[in-house]
Ligand binder design. Structure first.
Ligand code: SAM
Length: 201
């Protein structure tokens, strides 16, 4: 059975003018955690073909998206490059400090479960590193993870930076997929942001 056979999510995404069925994963996470905030800024890593960015734009957010290819519509700022070659300063220069930082990045899969897991974790680690430098204190974070040996270490790394962290498998994730999403809410602030805060009296 072809893995990508159109299902009702694919048809619904097309009917609503979204590029990909994955929009319903973000929509579910947003409905559950209230992630999108009108007038504030979001960073979207792995933004192509653009359904997450389009969703965030429709919620009234300013969006900068990074992917190897740029989405084919306007409204956001697109950086067509590997996330490994993008610096936090470019993202902040595009939309200002972010209230929301999302990553749906996935590598081209090799078929080897362990190799794909490690490649994907490296992308998620990069997302966390950039998020630490782009998020405002109190901001929220979402990253896709392919489950495997290093997943719990990754979730612990996210827990170190956010007040509340959850592992979520949205309903739109295909049954056979090993992916889940780490949702971190309430960014505690970068080391320098924490140092700037007055000490409690
Ligand atoms: C599942 S798709 C994202 C779909 C997107 N969220 C949407 O809703 O339209 C995963 C994306 O990760 C991107 N990606 C993989 N490696 C990347 C890298 N090193 N830098 C930036 N993007 C990368 C791929 O090009 C691909 O477009």
């Amino acid at each position: 059975m072809p893995y990508d056979r159109p299902d009702h999510h694919t048809k619904k995404a097309k009917a609503q003018g979204f590029e990909a069925r994955s929009v319903f994963k973000l929509e579910e996470l947003d409905q559950r955690f209230r992630l999108a905030r009108r007038g504030l800024s979001a960073v979207d890593l792995g933004c192509f073909p653009g359904s997450w960015s389009r969703y965030l734009l429709r919620q009234g957010m300013k969006v900068v998206g990074v992917d190897l290819k740029a989405p084919a519509f306007g409204g956001g700022v697109w950086i067509a490059r590997s996330v490994m070659e993008v610096e936090a300063e470019e993202l902040v220069a595009a939309v200002g400090p972010a209230a929301l930082f999302v990553s749906d990045m996935a590598p081209n899969t090799s078929g080897n479960r362990f190799t794909d897991h490690i490649r994907q974790i490296r992308l998620a680690e990069r997302a966390l590193l950039l998020a630490e430098q782009c998020l405002q204190p109190g901001g929220d974070f979402v990253a896709k993870v392919f489950d495997g040996e290093e997943a719990s270490v990754y979730v612990k790394a996210v827990e170190a930076h956010f007040e509340a962290v959850k592992r979520v498998k949205p309903e739109a994730t295909r049954d056979r997929s090993v992916e889940f999403f780490v949702v971190g809410r309430g960014f505690r602030g970068s080391t320098s942001q924490r140092a700037e805060r007055p000490a409690p009296v």
